[in-house]
Each structure stands twice: as structure tokens, then as C-alpha cells.
Unconditional design. Structure first.
Length: 272
């Protein structure tokens, strides 16, 4: 099915529509041997080249959504061509597409990171960034009495910008370092760090354990990834209000893993 070239390449995760338009104006894209024009219609079966290199677009319905357990401090991209250990270096290759993070964590934080090859799903996630519920597990030092933790809900509501905290509870830890679980809506790990610091807590670790309807799999060690199940993908698309193409027949659920780093584990509160 033919559609506007900007939308076709954006949905394939090649670049944003604005970036594609810039490439078209610069004469960098050709379709079937002719210079592309703004608003031109094309399909995955057309011969589309960028700077002379052909794009082999995947057929509709072949989009994937990947859950990745990101170690704290791991960058998304390597800082140089010689760099290694970045998240993108650990993800599987997707011919004709690229991985797009739905709601990237700050480099200092870790936990559940979701990637997709569907540009439309990525766009939907951006529009609902301040509405989707999530859960973070934080290792803190400070007074974790019920009254103090409950006060964080009101403190978040008074913040600038306000944070919608739905629940806070202790889920593990010993001595002065305690793990707490915070259920929020539309907040990021950095927002929670700032709130807790202003409330007198020391925060040494922030892990995202749920994003919308998708939870961090307790069997997924740091640096491991897996494709979402059909049920998880459907729930995620529904939560983000995005339409999903039918998956190809006999799709195999792929899982790629690496050996976990020494001592890597999900805290007890993250296994919920």
C-alpha cells in the first residue's frame, strides 16, 4: 500500500518526517531512479535510495517491540566508533529498520527499557509521555516510616512541575539502605530523584520496573533482552492508542541474551 514517503520512512524508524523532508529537499532521496518530491507516495516494494544506498524496508506487520534490562550507567550509544558496551550494541540487528526507544531512561538509571521498530508507536509514546503509568524501584537512605513515605505523594503534587504519585511503599533492603517502590504517572526517574533529594533522602539507585502495561521480567538479567509476547504488544499498543498491523504468520518469539555481569540481579522489589 502506497503512502506519503515521509510517513513511510518515519513509520519504518528511518528518521522523523521532518528529517525525511529535509533529505528530500536536499536531493538525497530517489524513488525508482527519480529524485523524490515532498508528498510523493511510495511503498516498501519501491526502490528507495538515500545517498545512493538502498533502503530495504520490512513489510507491514513485521514491527517488533523489545524489552531490555538496561544496566545503570550504560549509554544508549557508544561515544565513538571504537566504543563498546552501549545499549544499541547489544540489541539484535533488524534489517530494513532501526530500534527506537519508547521512553529512554537517563544514563544513570537502569531497569526496563522498551525499543520498537515502529515509528508510529514511538510517536504515540511521545504524545502520552505525561500520562502513562509506571513503577520505579529506588534504593534510598533516610526515614522510611509510613508517614514520611506517604508525605511524598503530597510533595510530588506541589512540585513544579507536579508529579502524580499514586503509591509509595517499602519493598526490601537491610540496615540504612532500603528499597522503595513508587507508582507514578508520567514521571521520570530524574523527577523522582529530585523529589526524594528535596525531601531529605539519599538516592543511590533508580530502576524502572514497569512502563504502562509492561513489567520488567524478573528472569531478564542486566544486559538481556526479549521480544514482547503478542499479549504484551497488544496491551502496549492499546495503552498508547496506537494502531497495530497484524503480525506475520508463524512469527517466532526471539530471545537474545548475554552472560550477566557479576552480581547482577533484580532487587526483590523489582520482581513484582
Amino acid at each position: 500500500m502506497a503512502e506519503r514517503l515521509q510517513k513511510l520512512l518515519s513509520d519504518a524508524g528511518i528518521a522523523s518526517r521532518r528529517q525525511v523532508e529535509a533529505w528530500i529537499r536536499a536531493g538525497r532521496i530517489t524513488v525508482n531512479g527519480q529524485p523524490a518530491s515532498i508528498g510523493q507516495r511510495a511503498s516498501a516494494s519501491d526502490r528507495i535510495l538515500i545517498d545512493g544506498q538502498r533502503l530495504r524496508l520490512a513489510a507491514p506487520g513485521e514491527h517488533r517491540v523489545l524489552a531490555y534490562h538496561r544496566p545503570p550507567g550504560e549509554p544508549l550509544k557508544a561515544e565513538s566508533d571504537a566504543g563498546s558496551g552501549a545499549t544499541y550494541d547489544r540489541l539484535p540487528k533488524v534489517p530494513g529498520r532501526r530500534w527506537l526507544p519508547l521512553s529512554p531512561l537517563a544514563p544513570i538509571d537502569g531497569g526496563l527499557e522498551l525499543f520498537t521498530t515502529d515509528g508510529a508507536l514511538r510517536a504515540a509514546a511521545g504524545k502520552l509521555a505525561h500520562e502513562l503509568p509506571g513503577i520505579y524501584t529506588l534504593r534510598v537512605r533516610g526515614d522510611t516510616a509510613v508517614e514520611r513515605l506517604t508525605a511524598l505523594i503530597a510533595a510530588g503534587a506541589r512540585g513544579d512541575p507536579p508529579l502524580s504519585i499514586e503509591d509509595v511503599q517499602v519493598v526490601g533492603g537491610e540496615g540504612r539502605n532500603v528499597w522503595i517502590e513508587v507508582a507514578v504517572r508520567g514521571a521520570r526517574g530524574r523527577d523522582l530523584r529530585a523529589l526524594l533529594a528535596s525531601s531529605g533522602y539519599e538516592v543511590s539507585r533508580v530502576l524502572r520496573t514497569r512502563y504502562g502495561p509492561v513489567a520488567l521480567d524478573p528472569a531478564l538479567s542486566r544486559g538481556e533482552h526479549r521480544d514482547l509476547s503478542e499479549a504484551e504488544s497488544s496491551a502496549l499498543y492499546s495503552a498508547l492508542g496506537a494502531s497495530r498491523a497484524a503480525p506475520p504468520p508463524n512469527r517466532r518469539r526471539a530471545t537474545a541474551r548475554r552472560s550477566p555481569r557479576p552480581g547482577a540481579r533484580v532487587p526483590s522489589g523489582a520482581r513484582r
